[in-house]
Design a protein around this ligand. Structure first.
Ligand code: ATP
Ligand code: MG
Length: 407
């Protein structure tokens, strides 16, 4: 029954064997099965078992065990240094708040556990002696590249609205399409997304935006995403199609992808979208800083490139130019080359990079205060424009021509 495609790490194999010897069923399940069948690298192995959490713990009595998930049936076992999550077969009770199952109950039925999983391609299990367990047509959907709910999509999305975004996310990341009935239910029940925490939405959306099918999946999904980030509803159809295209044309990182998505929102609306999604501070600042450079003239020489970097910082300048390029402004490419040139030559473009500091100026006799700041900015003007070398003595002389003369 062993399937050649599955080369289980020895610790995973050992865990399955131990549970089997103790008289329990055990399988690997979910993402690791799906990714193996697709020939994709597996990030982590989730395991499921008929053993209760206590029985699982007993089977690994000689290992370090982390019990934090016991209530939901998950025991983390550290086997030869590798953490393994082993979860008792369970059925999720009703989701009266649309967010969390009110209770989970353990079951001895493998099928019942697979039935609670979100999509057919995520509801397959494997054991080397048993082979693949596929009760909901996951393999056929994998071959056809389809994301389809296990069971009735309306019911499944009503139980947990995060699954709506997970459907979009898996389709984008795996380059799958979404089954018609599943997508119709996702669209219809999109309002339930308001019950889902911003953190979970943001995590799924970030993966969706980075996926290879992001453009294809975003196109029909404007109103679903607007449920999570209301300002996105303000794009008209053409603007939305352009946003989807931009997203797919910038590097697969958080800041450029979110900047591409928010690009033509008014600044306040973009800030509101970032807030609604609880985008982490660093990414949010990078996105909003880049948006502020939407309309600035493109640099045409090194000095102007340094000026742009001064104004926005390196991340924002690069991100803004990449999005402008993705938005169809082909002149942004030359600007991007200039900016990269400045950065790779290590040329100074902000006060921190200037060869003199405020302290240096004070030691040279310039009094502290506002004029000191102005003097530093003036020196930076000169360095950026190429009128002054970025050298301490030359800058001190330029800062204080009077004292120079008096020597
Ligand atoms: P990834 O590569 O992103 O980790 P994954 O399939 O492993 O993909 P996880 O979020 O780690 O996804 O979840 C593991 C498995 O648990 C899924 O494959 C699926 O079977 C099940 N699952 C996770 N979240 C849900 C959910 N909200 N509703 C139903 N089943 C879920
Ligand atoms: Mg996983």
């Amino acid at each position: 029954m062993t399937d050649e495609r599955f080369r289980l790490p020895p610790e995973v194999h050992e865990a399955l064997t131990r549970l089997g010897r103790a008289g329990h069923e055990a399988f690997i399940v979910g993402g690791c099965v799906r990714d193996t069948l697709m020939g994709r690298p597996v990030s982590d192995y989730d395991m499921m078992t008929s053993a209760t959490p206590d029985e699982t713990a007993a089977a690994f009595a000689d290992c370090r065990i982390i019990e934090t998930g016991m209530k939901h049936g998950t025991v983390t076992v550290i086997l030869s240094g590798r953490p393994l999550e082993i979860t008792t077969y369970r059925t999720d009770g009703a989701y009266s708040d649309g967010r969390h199952p009110d209770e989970v109950s353990f079951t001895s039925s493998l099928r019942e556990d697979l039935a609670r999983r979100d999509f057919t391609v995520n509801a397959m299990a494997y054991h080397p002696d048993v082979g693949l367990v596929d009760r909901f047509g996951g393999l056929v959907d994998l071959d056809r590249k389809v994301i389809r709910c296990v069971g009735d999509p309306r019911r499944r999305f009503s139980e947990d609205a995060l699954r709506i975004l997970r459907a979009l996310r898996f389709a984008s990341v795996l380059s799958f399409r979404i089954d018609g009935e599943t997508f119709a239910a996702a669209s219809e029940l999109r309002e339930n997304l308001r019950f889902v925490s911003a953190e979970r939405v943001y995590a799924e959306l970030s993966k969706l935006l980075r996926g290879g099918y992001a453009e294809k999946i975003l196109l029909p999904s404007q109103m679903i995403l607007a449920e999570a980030a209301a300002p996105l509803a303000s794009y008209d159809a053409d603007a939305w199609a352009a946003a989807a295209r931009r997203v797919s044309r910038v590097p697969r990182d958080g800041a450029p992808r979110y900047a591409a998505l928010f690009w033509w929102l008014p600044e306040g609306e973009a800030a509101r979208a970032a807030e609604l999604l609880k985008i982490d501070g660093r990414t949010r600042n990078a996105v909003l800083d880049a948006l502020r450079l939407r309309d600035v003239p493109l640099p045409e020489n090194d000095a102007e490139a340094r000026e742009l970097l001064r104004r926005g910082g390196a991340d924002a300048a690069r991100t803004a130019l990449l999005v402008r390029l993705a938005d169809g402004d082909s002149d942004a490419l030359d600007a991007l080359r200039l900016v990269w040139g400045v950065l790779s030559r290590g040329e100074p473009y902000n006060l921190r990079m200037l060869a003199v500091s405020g302290r240096d100026l004070m030691e040279a006799g310039i009094p502290a205060g506002k004029s000191l700041g102005n003097t530093l900015e003036r020196l930076l003007d000169g360095v950026i424009a190429g009128r002054l070398p970025n050298e301490k003595d030359a800058l001190l002389r330029a800062a204080n021509p009077a004292s120079e003369r008096s020597v």
